[in-house]
Design a binder for this molecule. Structure first.
Ligand code: SF4
Length: 87
């Protein structure tokens, strides 16, 4: 459950909003990805820092594509869906 009445930043990653709920489930999915599918950790965090500053991020979800950005950023082959291709 997202924040349960507590104030939260709309432009946050799931990690910031719900570390024990949805983020935990997304993390398990990322963990289960084969190594050759995953982005390397530096690239993963570089992507997420860009998402944190993006106006399309809302409650951990990219409004361009509807993905959880943490999950989208985790796959090496993925890219930012914006016309600007931020990453
Ligand atoms: S448009 Fe790109 S940078 Fe912005 S939240 Fe979506 S994936 Fe992240």
């Amino acid at each position: 459950m997202l924040s349960e009445g507590r104030p939260f930043c709309k432009k946050c990653l799931l990690l910031d909003i719900d570390p024990e709920g949805l983020y935990k489930k997304v993390s398990e999915l990322i963990e289960a990805m084969p190594d050759d599918v995953k982005a390397d950790p530096d690239e993963y965090w570089r992507r997420l820092e860009i998402c944190r500053g993006c106006s399309c991020l809302e409650n951990g979800i990219c409004r361009e594509c509807g993905c959880f950005v943490e999950l989208r950023a985790a796959a090496r082959k993925n890219y930012c869906p914006s016309a600007y291709h931020f990453w």
